[in-house]
Design a protein around this ligand. Structure first.
Ligand code: ADP
Length: 579
């Protein structure tokens, strides 16, 4: 047992700690605050506490636990709301009211809940790490596969069907005389990636229902994406839309250092939502980790790793998981604060030099993988992090470091947000390296996707190039061909890229629907080019009633959409403007 020697913010220096290890969990002070050893020097240990340290006194005890920080993985995770240390906030509130005392403990998974365990193997079967031994139907949407922990194996000598708590023995393994008992729960160190057999190419589209993402800058299942944006540009709304509508098996929302009332909004709004595809409550496929700005800063890092570890665990079951983190900047700021207190040599703008490696340690755990264990299965974990650069200045270190790691960038633009163009994702500065890898997925909808997408991008880029000239000479002085391009670009911007998260139909746009919308707009452009060549002016083309009809495509109910669009096409082919 050690004694507190010095307290500096979230850092505690303790003496008498010889024999401790880096990352060992310790209990600090009389209240037993949770901390981790982050440095050792002789018999002194530097401890980062994950709870407020106010009032800690020199000489109070520090008790090493011999454990490292782990995540509890098992039935009961889904629908939970955790703090950064995987304490269940709902249980904490039940136990200690809305003002949670520090040092308060709460099990991550209910020790008394009973789960219906249905084995899929039998006594005598030989198993190894990752093998699925049975299933717990945890929610209507997610069957929780019970797996042999990665580092265990043997012959099954007992396998119990029925209702069990997470602490009951459900399976006994024997390996050369050694017996191991398995429960429905396993623990895993937060900072250690779970093993997998091999990485797979991220070839499938992660359907988000946002046209600018799915169609223009597709994200793959297993991809890594960042969404930087200044205050009020739509980071939170976008991440919430993804957590709601992404066509994945499970979503994890990590609120990291954002304001408490914003997080409360998110949690409340999710309570009543249903999954658009199944009609089931969304909380049956959602896990929340809320580490708000008034919670201790150093727990921010842990909250992100708790989230990604839970994500990997469900990926191991063969599921597609999405993790969104709002915001990685707040986490980086916590690193800066801690680095300062440790008197480390600061890097750019005071951020520690290891910030890049920490951020990439997070994103690198995303990916599409063939899991360990049998039966063979492939799962994916997609990570999307919001970045909040101060003053929307993307040249600052957290944004720049993130850019080097991610493969899809959704860059939020203040001027678009000011114009109320939402989502304010800039089509000029965003990119996705998954355009090629998702082509095969899109080909199943229409092999024309890539060409259509690229043509639309060219129109939008050309519009940006022409902007300066328009400003100088005015739109009416432009050549007819440019005027038509500008008309078409405006249509793409306002009727395709703009998408209202609060409109009951437009909030989610299936990829096929997005493609039909885009095809209609591109066909309009083609036909009007033909008419222009045969002598019609753009002023005349602008009178076409088709323009209004195209702009209303967003409002058409899904079940009649294809029929209505076919009618629109027939009308368009018979002439854009009555002569
Ligand atoms: P940030 O998290 O970047 O500070 P928010 O996500 O809170 O910004 O968005 C700010 C506001 O912008 C929202 O309250 C909403 O009015 C508007 N907004 C953002 N995205 C959309 C969207 N996709 N559809 C409609 N409105 C949006």
């Amino acid at each position: 047992m050690g004694k507190i020697w010095r307290v500096s913010g979230p850092l505690v220096v303790a003496e008498g700690m010889r024999g401790s290890k880096v990352y060992e969990v310790v209990q600090v002070g009389d209240e037993g605050l949770i901390g981790e050893v982050i440095g050792l020097d002789g018999d002194q240990a530097v401890i980062q506490t994950h709870e407020e340290t106010q009032g800690l006194k020199i000489g109070e005890n520090v008790t090493p636990t011999g454990r490292i920080l782990t995540v509890d993985l098992g039935p009961g995770l889904i629908g939970s709301i955790y703090d950064g240390l995987q304490k269940s906030l709902l249980t904490l509130i039940e136990n200690s009211g809305h003002f949670i005392k520090r040092g308060a403990t709460s099990e991550a998974l209910s020790p008394s809940a009973k789960w219906d365990f249905q084995p899929v193997l039998k006594v005598g079967d030989r198993v190894q790490g990752g093998d699925i031994i049975g299933v717990v139907p945890e929610t209507e949407l997610v069957a929780h596969k019970i797996m042999v922990p990665p580092d265990m194996g043997g012959v099954i000598t007992e396998l119990n069907k029925g209702a069990y708590t997470i602490e009951d023995m459900i399976c006994r393994l024997e390996n050369n005389g050694d017996k191991t008992d398995l429960t429905l729960m396993q623990k895993w160190p937060v900072r250690k990636p779970r093993p997998y057999r091999s990485r797979r190419d991220p070839t499938d589209l992660l359907v988000t229902g946002m046209r600018i993402i799915d169609y223009m800058f597709p994200l793959s299942l297993g991809g890594k994406a960042g969404i930087p944006g200044g205050f009020g540009t739509g980071k939170t709304v976008t991440l919430q839309q993804l957590a709601r509508y992404a066509q994945t098996h499970l979503n994890i929302y990590v609120g990291c250092g954002e304001r408490g009332n914003e997080m409360a909004d998110v949690l409340y709004s999710f309570q009543d939502l249903t999954d658009p595809l199944t009609g089931r409550p969304l909380k049956e496929k959602e896990i929340f980790i809320a580490n708000t700005s008034n919670m201790p800063v150093v727990a921010r890092e842990v909250s992100i790793f708790v989230g990604i570890t839970i994500g990997e665990y469900f990926r191991d079951m063969g599921y597609d998981v999405l993790l969104v983190a709002d915001s990685t900047s707040r986490w980086a700021e916590a690193m800066r604060e801690l680095g300062g207190r440790l008197e480390e040599m600061p890097g750019e703008e005071g951020f520690p030099a290891y910030m890049g490696s920490r951020l990439s340690a997070f994103y690198e755990r995303a990916g599409r993988v063939e899991t360990v264990g049998s039966p063979d299965r492939v799962g994916s974990l997609t990570a999307m992090g919001a970045v909040s650069p101060p003053g929307a200045d993307f040249s600052e270190p957290v944004t720049q470091t993130t850019l080097r790691i991610i493969e899809a960038l959704y860059s939020l633009d203040v001027s678009l947000a000011n114009k109320r163009h939402f989502p304010a994702i800039s089509w000029l500065s965003s990119y996705s390296l998954y355009v090629g890898s998702t082509k095969e997925w899109w080909d199943k909808i229409d092999t024309a996707w890539e060409d259509t997408r690229n043509s639309a991008m060219r129109i939008l880029q050309k519009e940006a190039e022409l902007e300066e000239i328009v400003r100088l000479v005015g739109p009416e002085a432009m050549p007819e061909a440019d005027k038509l391009l500008l008309l078409s670009a405006k249509m793409l911007r306002e009727d395709f890229l703009m998408q209202n998260a609060y409109h009951h139909i437009d909030t989610y746009c299936a990829p096929k629907r997005a493609h039909l919308m885009m095809k209609t707009m591109m066909r309009f452009y083609e036909l009007s080019q033909g008419m222009m060549e045969s002598g019609m002016t753009v002023a005349e083309i602008r009178q076409s009633p088709m323009i209004t009809k195209i702009s209303r495509m967003k409002d058409i109910e899904n079940d009649v959409f294809e029929d209505k669009v076919k009618e629109l096409w027939a009308e368009m082919e018979s002439g854009l403007v009555a002569r």
